[in-house]
Design a protein around this ligand. Structure first.
Ligand SMILES: [Zn+2]
Length: 514
């Protein structure tokens, strides 16, 4: 049994006891076995006031259910069961008070209406639902205090009008998605900008016009950078594919992305914009990761239920770091990867990327953080020029297709003409990270550096750099390959050269525990 179409009428009144009142018509279709029940979930602060579906009963069983974080189960029982191919139309009305911020940044307040799918503000089918089409009719205050209401949604606008104090807007789903996300505020201001290929809009309430303009320009810069580096992507080109960046004026941190709608916390960004030194990364870092997914997932995709999804997250994260490096300079990437080394080093269990699944506890560190490290090491191993060529070829070849890790390895092998099996085996099939210890001495007119490797199993091969710090402030960087447990490197010194110190991997290009 699945949802085929969902039609919603929602009335929002931030000042009313029931600030959300809604009606929904859900068309269900049975594509398989005879079906006798169906589950929907609704936020606990909302209650069903009307239900109509011939031959069906609605119950609200007590106790736990799979969407316990946000929803309360609504159990539909069909008597007799719905036959394969059969259809049911369920009509529901519900209302209640969605106060503050419920799970998933959903709120109805005077200054902001933020309705997000996951928060179950409408009865949402549980489990793995496939995409359905939706129609959403929204009726909310027209604003005027301080400004007329501005709304933004991930759907396609089909109608909008203002009557007296109310605003009516209607959207349909732009693609076959299960999500309906809409934000509205009479504090929202917005700006639009366009470049040759890309268009963008930014919605903001309290940041300055200049700050909003900066964020918008950076977002467009990022799209241009990614297009130039990876190849053109028609899914984020032209006015129909404008990317909307929304700074929601609420204190809950974090955000979410649905297609071209990217939502994040405005106060959090104001802090970053006003105190850049307090930020771990450039303000657009999180945005860059999401924009990169338009190449890595929306164009080249994987089966998301398998471990191969590591590649999409790793590519998005790696390219976000490249965007930062391009904006700020090489040192920024060094800082990011030093931080990522720490995070990988803190992992308690040695779990390989290839044995990590979507619900693994360490998925974020393994797929995003260590995954980005794997790509950074690959870049250092083959060189940036060859790396970029292979990535472009991978995108060109598999655009619009589903791939797995094997396709990625194959493409790199062909483009770089190198055997990289050992590299991927080492970093994807093994979970541990080796520890390196470095000591050095000065016999005569040379410097001798010993690098000792401690690994749980066989030794790793690590391509990295040694920096010889010379007395007087200069330094020399030497490329080395560490393979066994004991590695000795000897460098002759020029006349008058004296070594004051030796640093292992100053550019953060190889992953090991320090
Ligand atoms: Zn991601």
């Amino acid at each position: 049994m699945r949802v085929e179409r969902y039609e919603l009428r929602v009335r929002i009144d931030p000042w009313a006891a029931n600030n959300l009142q809604a009606r929904g018509t859900i068309d269900l279709v049975n594509g398989g076995e005879p079906y006798s029940e169906f589950f929907l979930y609704l936020h606990p602060s909302l209650r069903v006031t009307r239900f109509a579906c011939p031959g069906a009963r609605l119950e609200e069983p007590a106790g736990e259910h799979p969407l316990g974080y946000a929803g309360r189960g609504l159990h539909l029982t069909f008597e007799p069961p719905v036959k394969p191919g059969g259809r049911m139309r369920v009509s529901l009305a519900w209302e209640g008070h969605l106060a503050g911020i419920v799970w998933g940044y959903c709120m109805i307040a005077e200054h902001l209406v933020e309705l997000r799918d996951f928060a179950c503000w409408y009865p949402l089918p549980g489990g793995h639902v496939t995409g359905f089409s939706w129609v959403m009719d929204l009726d909310l205050p027209a604003g005027g205090y301080p400004l007329p209401t501005t709304e933004v949604c991930n759907g396609r606008l089909v109608g909008r009008r203002t009557t007296g104090e109310r605003l009516y807007a209607k959207w349909t789903s732009a693609d076959a998605t299960t999500d309906i996300n809409v934000l509205a505020s009479s504090y929202f201001k917005h700006r639009a900008a366009s470049r040759d290929r890309h268009e963008g809009r930014v919605y903001y309430a309290f940041m300055s016009h200049d700050q909003a303009a900066t964020m918008l320009e950076q977002m467009l810069d990022t799209l241009e950078f990614l297009s130039a580096a990876l190849g053109p992507n028609e899914k984020v080109e032209g006015p129909r594919h404008a990317v909307n960046l929304v700074f929601a004026p609420r204190f809950a941190e974090g955000g979410y992305v649905y297609g071209r709608l990217m939502v994040t916390s405005e106060p959090q960004y104001i802090l970053v914009l006003n105190y850049p030194e307090s930020a771990r990364a450039y303000p657009t870092y999180g945005v860059a990761h999401e924009l990169a997914h338009w190449w890595w997932r929306e164009q080249v995709s994987v089966d998301r239920t398998t471990w191969h999804d590591w590649l999409m997250e790793a590519l998005a994260e790696y390219w976000a770091a490249r965007v930062d490096e391009w904006f700020i300079g090489r040192d920024k990437a060094v800082t990011i990867f030093a931080d990522y080394r720490e995070r990988v080093s803190r992992l308690r269990r040695a779990q390989p990327i290839s044995r990590t699944t979507f619900d693994s506890g360490d998925r974020y560190v393994l797929w995003y953080v260590k995954g980005a490290w794997v790509l950074r090491m690959l870049e250092f191993l083959v060189g940036r020029e060859a790396f970029d060529r292979a990535i472009r070829e991978f995108y060109r070849r598999h655009r619009g297709r589903r791939v797995d890790t094997r396709d990625f390895i194959e493409c790199f092998r062909e483009v770089t003409r190198r055997d990289l099996e050992w590299f991927f085996e080492q970093w994807l099939e093994r979970g541990e990270v080796p520890r390196l210890l470095v000591t050095w001495r000065r016999p005569g007119r040379a410097v001798e550096v010993d690098v000792e490797q401690e690994a749980e199993g066989a030794c790793f091969r690590l391509d990295t750099e040694l920096r010889l710090r010379l007395a007087g402030g200069d330094s020399r960087v030497e490329r080395v390959t560490i393979e066994g447990a004991r590695n000795r490197f000897r460098f002759d010194l020029g006349a008058g050269e004296t070594v004051a110190g030796v640093d292992l991997d100053p550019g953060e290009v190889s992953l090991f525990r320090r």
